[in-house]
Design a protein around this ligand. Structure first.
Ligand code: MN
Ligand code: MN
Length: 270
């Protein structure tokens, strides 16, 4: 690489894993669909703030992680993501059920001691265990908070609190902005590095039907983008999870994931 060429700043890594999805599988198939939507000739790769993401100096594509017999998937995910961070890249992971966020945040916590976590979801994912599985996609934020991996967890779009999960949220000091309390023009503020975990079911199924757990009454794509663009803070990493291509016959949701990827990537480059 010549001195005039810039090293990539962001890394994309696909996670082909949905073994901790409780109701149905399919989130493991997301990474190639999101990549294809991102690179589609149907649109351009310039974000709304004018950042040209087609430049080779922006993304390093680290390929996909998938289960290897005899290896612990959580360890594989944590180490793969940490390798990118240690190389000076800001990773954005694509695909998988939401259980993948726990090992990813473990990797980020190795570098950032005061991480803030912004979590978009219909569900709080705070179950101590779900159907006996402590690694369930319904439990990652319980594990993250128990292990004190972040200094702050802010959840947006929630509309499925059970009594147990409300207790968990109180115990862990989670700041939940439930759908029914969402105000227009909300501006989220963070005074430490922000990691965005985006469960695509935070969006209303009218906008993003390709998810395993459709929960009506959610965010519009525009509301989610506005919250990302408006937030005050430095975004250092992100994941886009729970997109299930098997539930997406019109191929709408892959494009929504790629749109969010463009806007989150542009925020990370600011
Ligand atoms: Mn989730
Ligand atoms: Mn969810």
């Amino acid at each position: 690489m010549s001195p005039t060429e810039q090293r990539p700043k962001l890394a994309i890594i696909g996670i082909r894993y949905d073994e901790n999805s409780s109701f149905t599988k399919g989130a493991a198939d997301a990474p190639p669909q999101i990549r294809a939507a991102l690179r589609s000739d149907a649109w351009n790769l310039t974000s709304e703030n004018g950042t040209d993401l087609s430049d080779d100096s922006i993304f390093f594509d680290a390929g996909d992680i998938e289960p290897v017999p005899g290896s612990e998937m959580n360890v594989l995910i944590e180490n793969s993501v940490y390798t990118l961070i240690a190389d000076g890249l800001a990773p954005i992971s694509l695909g998988g059920d939401h259980s993948v966020t726990h090992p990813i945040v473990r990797a980020f916590a190795r570098k950032y001691k005061d991480l803030s976590l912004l979590h978009f979801d219909a569900h709080p994912d705070l179950y101590d265990h779900y159907q006996g599985n402590r690694n369930s996609h319904a439990s990652p934020f319980a594990r993250i908070m128990e292990q004190k991996l972040v200094k702050r967890l802010v959840q947006v779009g929630i509309r499925t609190f059970t009594a147990h999960q409300r207790e968990q949220a109180q115990k862990f000091g989670v700041e939940a902005i439930e759908m029914h309390n969402l105000t227009p023009n909300l501006q989220l503020e963070f005074d430490s590095p922000v990691y965005i975990s985006f469960d695509i079911d935070a969006l209303d199924p009218a906008f993003a039907p390709g998810v395993s757990h459709r929960e009506p009454g959610g965010l519009s794509t525009r509301q989610a983008i506005d919250l990302i663009q408006r937030l005050k803070g430095k975004v250092v990493g992100a994941d886009i999870v729970e997109f299930n291509p098997r539930m997406d016959p019109l191929h709408i949701t892959g494009t929504v994931c790629a749109k969010l990827l463009k806007e989150i990537a542009a925020r990370m480059l600011e």
